[in-house]
Design a protein around this ligand. Structure first.
Ligand code: DAH
Length: 337
């Protein structure tokens, strides 16, 4: 039995010493309930009374030695694993980093914010209105009754007979005047809709920015001065302004407003199509009919209004020749801004 114990000890220590030793498996094999040492201890009943304590003590010593070897080996393996992990996960902070691509604001949004900044700087505040609008606000209150020819140029999408997707931001004027007493000085940027086929200069969805000023004694001179300041901020100090007589049902008098071409300075070039001028917005003095529709007395107050297409400004500013680029989200296009 002594020899048996000695050979178990030797086998256990040898197995544990192997670099690939599976310590847990060896523990079960040698010390487990069905293990080799346990088997020897079970056989002790057959020993004589003198032999039993001697073998018992020897068996305990062997168990203790194997246990110690097991815990030493476990500690070693744990340390080796930790070491390997440290090596594998080592971070070299001096390595160059991987840059992840970062996007930026869409040119339409950027220009919208730029316009907002300019007008806020002139004392305007931003008011928003609904994109799904009543016929009343989009047309009737703006002096465009049913069957008025101006409706043809602003054909839009109807939800019901009298609810539609707004074809212009002008209805926000009406909503603002119903709510706010003069002095009023607001802009209203946002999406508008028209049932136009898509081409280089048309889209069923586009963006406008509306402006409205109502107070005592507001004149066309105020409109022109304000627009001039605006145009210079947007296109540069050298920019000149030109008002051409026009007709809008909700303003009287009305004008279409051009800026001198900021590329050629008015000589005529590709951007301004040889004109020297670029049309940027429509404007006029708010029609007395519209004022009184909104509960504002035209005998006491007067005002001006203007509306511009944000896409047109973006395209002019950046020399973009096709509006579709603005909606297709082609990164090769967007990256240029
Ligand atoms: N709503 C007009 C349009 O979509 C633009 C416009 C012109 C707005 C003159 C105005 C204005 O407020 O006074 O064509």
């Amino acid at each position: 039995m002594k020899e048996k114990l000695a050979s178990i000890k030797q086998a256990a220590l040898a197995a544990l010493a192997s670099p690939e030793a599976d310590v847990e498996e060896l523990r079960i094999r040698f010390l487990g309930k069905k293990g080799e040492l346990t088997a020897v201890l079970r056989g002790m009943g057959a020993l004589s009374a003198e032999e039993r304590p001697v073998i018992g003590q020897l068996a305990n010593e062997v168990r203790a030695e194997i246990e110690q070897a097991i815990s030493a080996r476990m500690a070693e393996q744990k340390a080796a694993a930790a070491e390997a992990r440290l090596k594998a996960e080592r971070l070299d902070v001096t390595m160059p980093g991987k840059a992840s691509p970062v996007g930026h604001i869409h040119p339409l949004t950027r220009v919208q914010r730029e316009l907002e900044d300019i007008f806020i700087g002139m004392g305007f505040r931003i008011v928003e209105g609904p994109e799904v609008e009543y016929d009343y606000y989009n047309f009737q209150a703006l002096n465009i009754p049913e069957n008025h020819p101006a409706r043809d140029t602003q054909d839009t999408f109807y939800i019901t007979d009298n609810i539609l997707l707004r074809s212009q931001t002008s209805p926000v004027q009406v909503r603002a005047m119903e709510k706010i007493q003069p002095p009023i000085r607001i802009i209203s940027p946002g999406r508008v809709y028209r049932s136009d086929a898509v081409d280089a200069t048309h889209s069923p969805l586009f963006h406008q920015l509306e402006g409205l000023v109502v107070d005592k004694g507001i004149t066309m001179g105020d409109l022109k001065g304000m627009l001039e300041t605006f145009a210079k901020r947007l296109f540069g100090e050298q920019t000149a302004l030109r008002l051409r007589p026009h007709h809008f049902p909700f303003t009287e008098p009305s004008a279409e407003v051009d800026v001198s071409c900021f590329v050629c300075g008015g000589k005529g070039c590709r951007l301004c199509k040889g004109e020297g001028w670029i049309e940027i917005l429509g404007a006029g003095m708010v029609h007395p009919f519209v004022l009184s529709n909104c509960g504002i007395d035209p005998e006491v107050y007067s005002g001006f209004a203007f509306g511009l297409g944000i896409e047109r400004i973006v395209m002019t500013k950046y020399g973009i020749d096709d509006m579709r680029h603005l909606y297709e989200n082609d990164v090769r296009f967007l990256e240029q801004f």
